[in-house]
Design a protein around this ligand. Structure first.
Ligand code: NAD
Ligand code: LMR
Length: 331
């Protein structure tokens, strides 16, 4: 497998590339692309004694084309991060342009690749990416993943902290999108016993912490960016799960923000429950060709408070999705 990281010299890009270089024996070539310093990061990583080979590219000399040609996986943390006081949506006008241009590269040079979009605001950048691929006639909804895994990582960590349990003992699905009220953690589904042992106030604080965990890091970094190390860990975990499913065909469930294409089993059923939204973060089953089944039934198992959060998320997501779609369709 060839994997390409776009934005490889950034905070997430460097840490993620390190994790992929040292841990992913399924990746034979790791290709690094950035508008700055990709050769420096590439030289550094290339000294690590694992079997994954490293190549690095800048925009000049057809760098994007070379980075993407033959790629099976493309992981995208390219773009600017937040500073204190900003919302993810404030990043849209800048990052949407970057995402559209990188999507064009994927459409031209590796249209069959699995793509994981990390750049914020994910609720809108994933529609930008999908609409660009559609324009080129190469969109495959089964292979496009908006990365919301950090919300799950946080949900597991925070409930483990509160209940003195190990984070690995929980599988908390976090559905909806990736910003504030669109982040809907389903503790009643993924950690029923531990969650029910908490008081109403502690439950509310826990949910709020998952929804606004990004702000915690942005404020602590005080103008020097947002989550990079935890994000790299989360993206690495998702890449690994998808790689395993794709190479071994083993059923593997992940949660990701995806396009609900009617051809995917469970998509229409889910859309009928979420006011017809085209994009949503939801547990999916993966196979060799990507997303095979969408777990729409999870919504039948949520509690009343989660149902109320879902209503709010749906309303907000509608606007975020339209923003991404019209950014490309309006061009
Ligand atoms: P960063 O500034 O450290 O790195 C971004 C990198 O992108 C830089 O190296 C920059 O040179 C590069 N870049 C800019 N334009 C590019 C282009 N056209 N092609 C290739 N590379 C380009 O930022 P970061 O902390 O790594 O965050 C990156 C993005 O990830 C931000 O938008 C941030 O909000 C987002 N993020 C998402 C999640 C999530 O859960 N999905 C979590 C954390 C951060
Ligand atoms: C996060 O959740 O940490 C990321 O989306 C970065 C951010 O801006 O909060």
């Amino acid at each position: 497998m060839k994997a390409t990281v776009l934005g490889a010299a950034g905070g997430i890009g460097q840490s993620l590339s390190l994790l992929l270089k040292i841990n992913c024996h399924l990746i034979s070539e790791l290709s690094l692309y950035d508008v700055v310093n990709s050769h420096g990061v590439g030289a550094d990583l290339s000294h690590i004694s694992t079997n994954t080979s490293i190549s690095s590219y800048l925009p000049e000399n057809d760098g994007l084309q070379k980075a993407l040609c033959g790629a099976d996986f493309v992981i995208i943390p390219a773009g600017i991060p937040r500073k204190p006081g900003m919302t993810r949506d404030d990043l849209f006008s800048f990052n949407a342009k970057i995402i559209a241009s990188l999507a064009e590269g994927v459409a031209r040079y590796c249209p069959g690749a699995f793509v994981l979009v990390i750049s914020n605001p994910v609720n809108s950048t994933v529609p930008v990416f999908a609409e660009t691929l559609k324009k080129f006639g190469v969109f495959n909804a089964r292979k496009l993943f908006g990365v919301t895994t950090l919300d799950i990582v946080r949900a597991k960590t925070f409930i483990a902290d509160l209940t003195n349990k190990k984070p690995q003992s929980f599988r908390v699905p976090v559905i909806g999108g990736h910003s504030g009220a669109t982040i809907v953690p389903l503790f009643s589904v993924g950690a029923p016993e531990a969650y029910s042992s908490l008081s109403y106030e502690t439950k509310s604080a826990l949910i709020h912490r998952v929804q606004y965990g990004g702000d915690e890091v942005v404020e602590a970094k005080d103008g020097k960016g947002s989550a990079t190390l935890s994000m790299a860990y989360a993206a690495y975990a998702l890449v690994n799960q998808i790689l395993t499913a794709v190479t071994s065909g083993l059923d593997n469930e992940v949660v990701s923000y995806i396009y609900l294409d009617d051809s995917i089993k469970g998509a229409s059923e889910l859309k009928s429950k979420i006011n017809g939204l085209d994009y949503f973060a939801i547990p999916v089953k993966l196979g060799k060709e990507g997303i095979e089944i969408i777990d729409s039934q999870i919504l039948d198992r949520i509690d009343q408070a989660e149902g109320d959060m879902l209503e709010e998320a749906i309303e907000k997501l509608q606007g975020d999705i339209s923003k991404g779609v019209s950014f490309i369709r309006g061009q």
